[in-house]
Structures are given as C-alpha cells and as structure tokens.
Ligand binder design. Structure first.
Ligand code: S3P
Length: 761
C-alpha cells in the first residue's frame, strides 16, 4: 500500500480500550512517534483492572484512564478496542450507549484476530455496522501479556491488515491507516472472509498445534521431566504455546469454521506422512520435506525481500536500480552460472525418468527454480539445489500427482511452454500461471498444435496465460510445420509426443536449440532427425542419466560484449556451453572483428564446452546474417550494445521473435538506446544501429528502463563501461531469473556497479 499522510489530527483524543500487550504497545509506539507531545493530543485507557491502568500511566504510555467507559469516552476522536474477541460484545454494547458523547466524526477500530465474528458482534451491538468503524488486525504479538510487556517497537515493520466493509468511510480508513503507520507498521487491506481464512492457516493453526503438542507431552510426563531434555527444535516449535489462553480460546471460538477447514487439511497431510513413516517410504518423506523446506526458504526470502518474486510482489513500493559508472576495463577468469535451457529440461526429464538423476551445475535462478518447485508440487522428491547439485528421484512417465493448486512458473516462458506439452499428456487437470511479463506472452503457438493432437487446453483472451489443461485426454501424434523458429514450441510438442499414439514430427523453418532432442536421447528416449525435421514415437520411457550443465552462453554474452567493447580488456569465461544451435553470438562477434578464441574445447554430457578467451579489439558494424538470428536469439540485447560501440551501421532483420520475449526487446532496446543518444532506426522485424567506433566514449549516460526484462537490464549495465556519464537501469530485480550473482561477477571483472534500493512514493 502506498504511504499516506502520516499524521493524526492535532488534539486527537485517543482511547485505548483494553490496556494489555497489544493496546499498551500501540500507546507506546504512538508516544514514541510524538503523539501527545506538542500536538495537544492525549492517550487515554479504559481497562477493568485499575492496576494495569496505573502501570500504564507510570510507564508513560497513557495520560489517564478509568475502569469504566463513561469516565473516559467524552470527546474521544479515535477509539481502539484492544480486548479479546469475545469481550468485544460487552465492550461494543457499552460503547453503543455512549456514541453521542464521542467527538463528531470519531473513528472506532479494533485489533481482534478474527474479523467476521467482530463484524457480526458490531452489527448486533450497534444495530448496523457503523460506517466509521474500521476493522483491523495487527499481525504482531508476543507470548507475553499485560501492559508491563508493552513494547514501542512491537509493530515496527510488521503488517497490519485492515478489513474495510462496503460502507466503511474512506477518511475513517485513512485515519486508522495513518495511526498504524505512525506506529511503524505496514498497512494492508483485504476482505473480512479472506482475512479469516488466511489467518486460520498462518496463525491460528500453528497456535493450536503448539498448545496441543506441549499439552500432550506434559500430560505424558506429570513431573515434566521430559522438558529437561528438550532442545532447540522443541523451543522453536512451541514458543507460541506460552500465549494468552483467554485470547486464544476466543480466537478458536470466533473463527471456528475456517480453523476446522485448516485443521482438516493439516490432518490429511499428517496422515500421508504417517503412512510414509509406517511404510518406510523414503521418497515420499523426502518429497514432503523438500517441498516444505523450499517453501520455508521462499517465505524467508519473501520476508527479507531477496527474491525476484518477492521484489516483484513488492514492486508497488520497492525497486532495485543498477547504477554503473563509466570507465575501467574488463579482466579476469570467471565462470557464469549454468545454462537455463538445460537446467529446466534436466528437472523435467529427471522427474519423468525411472531412477535417480543427479544434476551438477544447475542454474539456481528463479526461472529454473520455478520449474523445480512445480515438480515438487506434483509429488516429485528433489534434493537440493545445493551449490548447483540437484538430485531428482524420478517417478516415471505416469507417476506425477495432481498439484493442489495452479503451478506458478514466474517469468519463465520456457517452463510454461514445455510444461504445456508435458501436462497435456497427464491424467489430471492443471493450471499454469506466471508473472505479469509472462502473462503478456503468446501461448497460442503451443495451445493450437496441442489441440490438434487432441489436448484440451484453454488460454485467456488472445492466447495468453493462464493455461488450463484438461487431463486424461488421449493424444495422437502430429506432423507439424512450425510457423516460427521456436525451440520451446518444438520441445513442447516432443514432450506431448511421448504421451501420444504414433509418431510426432516437428519441422522447423530454421535450426533452433536442440537440447530437448539431445537430452531425450541421453535419457534413452530415441529422437531422430533428418534435415529440418525431428521426430519420436509415443509410448516410450526415460531412464535416469547424470547431467553436467555447462555455463550459459546467454549469460556469458554480457561479459563477452563487455570485454569486446572496452579497451584494455582481457577476460576468460570458463566452461561455456557451445552447442552449435547456440553459437550465433560467437559468429556475429567474430564477424564484427572481436578477438575471441575458444580454449580447452571438450565435450561434457553430450554438449560441446570450451573456455572463451576474449580481448578488446575495435569492432565494425555488420549486416547480421539471417541464418544466425535463431542461433543468437537471446543474445541480441547485448549484441546491440556491441553494435553501438562498433564503427558503422549494424543491421538486423528477420528478428520479429524479439518482440515476444520477456519484453518487446526491439522496442525496449531502442527506447533505452535513444535515451543514451545511440542512433537507431526500428523496423517491424529488426533494427539499424549506428556506432561511432574509436576509443572515446560512444554515448551519454542516463536512466533507462529494463521493462521487466532481465536481459535488457544486463545489456544496459554493460553499456555503462563505454558511456560518458553514469547509466542507471530501473527495475533490475528480474536479473535473478537467469543470472543470480550477476552484480558480484560484474564487479569482480571490473565494472563500477552499485545497487540502489528505494521505496517508491
Ligand atoms: C528457449 C528457447 C528460446 C529462447 C528461450 C529459451 C528454450 O525461445 O529465447 O530463452 O529453452 O527452449 P523460443 O523457443 O521462443 O525461441
């Protein structure tokens, strides 16, 4: 939520009803934020316990208080009901009698942990829901209770969920929101029912389990001997069993239905695990624990906002910008992360295999991690990733289980399109969703031929995601002429073809990356090729095979270009995958005059690999041969920066596919280059770029957009080496989708690169 006016009206009369931990901490936080110092405001308390009030006054939290509402309610402008949920009824009934004594336009809010019950109590007590009552719930607390435990920091960086109803007045909502923001909280809004369902799972259920576990153990050991031996695991799991029993009795009474639903799901999960333990089913246990571990890490990174997805979800008020200072040269020996295309496929084929597949060099970027997570959600046990090592316990061609919800593949077009083929052959229904960038990308190119095979695939309007795939459909082989050169479409159809009756043949208008064919053969599934066509027979099986993923030539490209354009550079990129369908960038850079050599050439797991040694040499503009376009399709953003530093015009045509990548890459690059003063002319299927050559800076600095596209972000980052002033690139969190550690490597080879994180207004 965007930050609003962070002040309360002067001379506010804030009344906290219920001076316990929650009410007391709010008073403390407001005090710490200056309320009641120079603004003529007062903070009052009402609590049945005179001692608590006295303590609150002594601690300086409240100015005065009373045990009876009638004594403190006069002229109140903001009333916070901070009592347990079931005490709300008495408090609200009493308050309803004093409404005329409140200040005009007074606002009432509460802090109850369940919202539907409080809403219903309010309707009963006031006759209807007061439009100036704003229901709220701070997601903060402590196992301690009482005003003495008050903590002015309790809400700092915690979330407060407000659940306005249809008739809630906007300015009342704004006032409550401002109060919580003053207390340091982040304010979110959600409807009452959703709040109760979410909290039943994330808060109420864990409390129930903690209470239950401690009680069960305590009963089994009357003298509580057992706790002497309890270690950290017990302490971590049961800390919340020390919470206030009255409050929690009220929560479970008030949110009964949602808690029971959550408990049902939990009991099912526990039953499954019990079975796995009973039968010594290690794979099943591993699948559950790995899924849980991964989800827990994801939660952690959401909290720390370190993941792209987390950044992405927070992007309303958060942004990561790169700032590159010009100058320096690029040198050293580095190894960039593993190949994205091969990483995706290693998980997919490993999961469908019989046996255990060990992958090394796996790309721990968010795209391939999304694929990995999707298979966990379909019941596949996957160990790791740990420093690029992943172990996949294959379930065979028909061993996947239906996931419990949609499979979210983030930014990954490859995952969505390959999954479409693979899932079309399963017995169960699935839904594939992704982030906003992916939601704009065309999926008709896979949905249409899959339908010809007999699959039932629904897309959103215009053939866009999400994809809904109906399971249990008999598929038949297809003879398909691809209208575009796409390895993703080809791979999708080959994967579906494994589940189809008869032969599936795919003809490509130009050679595209052939990792799927190579890897299927490596896993013992025969794929044949003749000229521009490859084919396989349905009904085969995959046998686990080890995979050593080479470094991604697409990631290496940013550093190849960085060295190629910067005088004095001398860089070695180790262990780069040089599959002949991926080396367009090498051919193009060499044609431009780059000093680029392959060293230590070898073959690893069926893929050619070498170290790439590049030194600065003056580049010249060229007409890019159209047969190189599909072979360099992901490398153009970086190549455009090479062109901007070459002498003369570089001309690209036949590259309309660039318009449907993570962004419209022709447009995104043209926009950014224009900002930097690089002369360019855009065409439907390409671009002309005019470079000045020479060793002086070739363009200016400025602030450019990544358009939610990792490769645009990295391309403009390396452009900074040769600019006359700093270049800033907005929205760079997406770099984590394909190139974790980019910033560190860039700095290591000599770029002056800073990361700027800022909150947007
Ligand atoms: C990929 C194929 C290419 C490429 C993408 C990865 C793959 O997409 O751009 O980054 O792994 O199959 P298209 O098939 O859409 O050309």
């Amino acid at each position: 939520m965007v930050r609003q006016d962070l002040s309360l009206p002067a001379a506010s009369r804030i009344l906290v009803v219920g001076l316990g931990l929650i009410g007391g901490s709010l008073a403390a936080a407001l005090r710490a934020a200056g309320v009641g110092q120079d603004d003529n405001s007062v903070i009052l308390a009402c609590d049945p316990n005179q001692d608590e009030i006295q303590r609150g006054i002594e601690m300086g939290l409240v100015d005065a208080g009373a045990t009876c509402l009638s004594e403190v309610v006069e002229g109140a402008t903001l009333i916070v009901l901070a009592v347990p949920v079931l005490a709300m009824r008495t408090v609200m009934q009493e308050l309803s009698r004093y409404l005329p004594q409140l200040a005009e336009r007074a606002v009432i809010t509460d802090v109850g942990s369940t919202k539907a019950a409080v809403r219903d109590i309010a309707i009963e007590a006031f006759g209807s829901l007061p439009p100036r009552l704003v229901l709220g719930h701070p997601i903060a607390g402590s196992e301690k209770s009482g005003v003495a435990a008050s903590d002015a920091e309790l809400y700092q960086s915690h979330k407060v969920i407000l659940t306005p109803c249809a008739n809630t007045e906007a300015d009342a909502l704004q006032r409550v929101s401002a109060m919580w923001q003053l207390a340091g909280a982040e304010v979110l809004s959600m409807d009452v029912e959703r709040h109760d369902q979410v909290l039943a799972r994330t808060s109420h259920l864990p409390h129930l389990l903690a209470f239950s576990l401690v009680d069960t153990l305590a009963r089994q050991d009357e003298r509580l001997e057992i706790f002497r031996y309890a270690a950290g695991g017990f302490r971590d799991f049961t800390r919340i069993a020390g919470s206030d029993p009255v409050m929690w009795r009220d929560v479970f009474t008030a949110n009964r239905e949602a808690v029971l639903d959550a408990l049902d799901d939990f009991e099912l999960g526990l039953k499954r695990l019990r079975q796995a333990v009973t039968h010594g089913d290690g794979d099943d246990m591993l699948a559950t624990f790995d899924r849980a571990r991964h989800a827990r890490h994801y939660f952690e990174s959401l909290l720390n906002q370190t993941s792209y997805q987390a950044e992405y979800q927070m992007q309303d008020n958060n942004s990561l910008r790169y700032r590159v200072a010009p100058g320096g040269s690029v040198s050293g020996r580095i190894r960039v992360p593993g190949d994205k295309s091969i990483s995706h496929r290693s998980i997919m084929l490993g999961a469908l295999s019989e046996g255990v597949t060990e992958v090394t060099g796996f790309l721990e970027g968010e795209d391939s991690l999304a694929t990995l997570q999707a298979f966990r959600e379909m019941g596949v046990a996957i160990e790791g990733p740990h420093q690029g090592r992943v172990v996949i316990h294959g379930v065979g061609m028909h061993g996947l289980q239906q996931p419990s919800g949609p499979l979210y593949v983030g930014n990954a077009g490859t995952a969505m399109r390959l999954f479409a083929g693979l899932l079309a052959g399963q017995a169960f229904d699935t839904e594939l969703t992704g982030d906003t960038s992916l939601t704009r990308r065309p999926m008709g190119r896979v949905a249409d031929p899959l339908r010809e095979m007999g699959a039932v695939v629904e897309t959103a309007e215009g053939g866009r995601p999400p994809l809904r795939i109906k399971g249990g459909q008999p598929l038949r082989g297809l003879d398909y002429d691809m209208p575009m050169a796409s390895a993703q479409v080809k791979s999708c159809l080959l994967l579906a073809g494994m589940y189809a009756a008869g032969e599936t043949r795919v003809r490509e208008p130009a050679p595209t990356r052939d990792h799927t064919e190579r890897m299927l053969n490596g896993f013992g599934y025969r794929v044949e090729r003749e000229g521009d066509t490859c084919w396989l027979q349905g009904g085969g099986k995959l046998t686990a095979a080890p995979i050593d993923v080479p470094s991604d030539i697409s990631s290496a490209t940013f550093f190849l270009v960085a060295a190629a354009i910067t005088p004095g550079s001398d860089l070695v990129l180790e262990h780069v995958g040089l599959n002949p369908t991926r080396i367009g960038v090498i051919n193009i850079l060499k044609a431009m005059g780059a000093d680029l050599r392959m060293e230590n050439s070898r073959e690893v797991g069926g893929e050619p690999v070498a170290d790439l040694h590049i030194r600065y040499a003056p580049l010249k503009g060229i007409e890019i041969p159209t047969d190189q376009v599909p072979l360099a399709i992901d490398e153009f953003p970086a190549l455009f920066i090479a062109a901007a530093n070459a002498e003369g015009v570089t001309r690209l045509r036949g590259a309309e596919e660039l318009r449907v990548k993570e962004s419209d890459r022709l447009q995104s690059m043209a926009d950014g280059m224009t900002i930097l003063g690089i002369e360019n002319t855009l065409f439907d299927d390409g671009i002309d770029i005019v470079g000045k050559g020479g060793e002086a800076p070739n363009y200016g600095g400025g602030r450019v957009q990544s358009h939610e596209d990792h490769r645009i972000a990295m391309a403009f980052t390396i452009a900074g080496l040769r600019a006359s002033a700093p270049i800033e690139v907005d929205d760079c969190a997406n770099v984590a989708t394909s190139f974790p550690g980019f910033v560190e490597l860039a700095r290591r080879v000599g770029l002056s690169l800073d990361e700027v994180r800022e909150e947007l207004e």
